[in-house]
Design a protein around this ligand. Structure first.
Ligand SMILES: Nc1nc2c(c(=O)[nH]1)N[C@H]1C(S)=C(S)[C@@H](COP(=O)(O)O)O[C@H]1N2
Ligand SMILES: [Mo]
Length: 255
């Protein structure tokens, strides 16, 4: 596995090698701190390496229609209820835009219609909240990976920071989250606008929320406003990479 981590192999034979690995070994590889920090050295962001990330990663389990939970519990903020959010909701999110910016060559500002026009991924997955409940739902949205390719990541872009529209609990801190490029390019990492065949409702994060299927519930940021590509996480919130991370939860919440 060490040999696999050499730069030459990732950049040249990456896609083939990654795709051929046994799932368990691959899982361990992608979760390993070494591999994740290797991605941050600024040399891994070639098209070949990005493709390798997109095709080589093991998937979280997907379920069938009959497994869908009759009720998908809503948790955390169920309505941001800020003046900005209320105005967007009152206009059916027609004026809402998702900004993708930061360490990118070509920042993007996308409407819901723009996002719906991108080829969609649909996935039936189980959401696991640390509070001890789970629910299976069918999510549809645009994959994040191709969007990150479209904006063109600068060599020092290492994390995607998700800025949300809500301040959970009414405090001064806005909800935010962050993922690294391994999860950013994972095929099941989508910007979801639909749950169980319906447009995402306010309780579940309208108009857009992150699904990052190999991570615990609190990583799945609702009410997305902006995705900012950054090199470091210490400038945000209390510096630990997410609203709940700032309050003691693990940043890497893999399941
Ligand atoms: N913006 C925002 N995203 C959030 C939260 C939140 O309070 N605000 N709660 C998180 C937690 S702890 C969970 S379990 C899930 C709940 O998603 P759901 O309401 O669709 O079940 O959203 C996550 N994302
Ligand atoms: Mo949660």
């Amino acid at each position: 596995m060490k040999d696999f981590l050499t730069r030459r192999r990732l950049l040249t034979g990456g896609a083939i090698t990654l795709g051929g690995l046994a799932l368990t070994g691959c899982d361990a590889l992608f979760a390993s701190p070494g591999f994740r920090s290797f991605l941050g050295n600024g040399e891994a962001l070639t098209m070949a390496a990005q493709r390798a990330l997109m095709v080589g990663q093991p998937l979280a389990r997907e379920f069938s229609e009959r497994d869908i939970s009759p009720i998908f519990k809503a948790n955390g903020t169920k309505n941001p209820n800020t003046p900005v959010y209320n105005a967007l909701a009152a206009g059916s999110f027609n004026t809402w835009r998702l900004q993708i910016d930061g360490l990118v060559d070509r920042p993007l500002s996308l409407s819901l219609a723009d996002l719906r026009a991108i080829p969609a991924r649909t996935q039936i997955t189980r959401h696991d909240c640390v509070e001890g409940w789970s629910a299976i739902g069918k999510w549809q949205g645009a994959q994040l990976g191709p969007l990150l390719q479209a904006v063109g990541l600068k060599p020092n872009a290492r994390f995607a920071v998700m800025h949300c529209a809500d301040n959970y609990g009414g405090g001064a801190d806005m909800y935010y989250e962050s993922i690294d490029l391994v999860d950013g390019f994972h095929p099941q990492t989508i910007l979801a606008y639909s749950l169980n065949g319906q447009p995402l409702d306010v309780a579940h994060g309208a108009p857009l929320r992150l699904r990052v299927e190999r991570q615990l519930g609190y990583k799945h940021a609702k009410y997305l406003m902006r995705i900012e590509m950054v090199e470091r996480l210490d400038a945000f919130g209390r510096g630990r990479g997410g609203y709940w991370e700032d309050r003691g939860y693990e940043w890497y919440a893999g399941i």
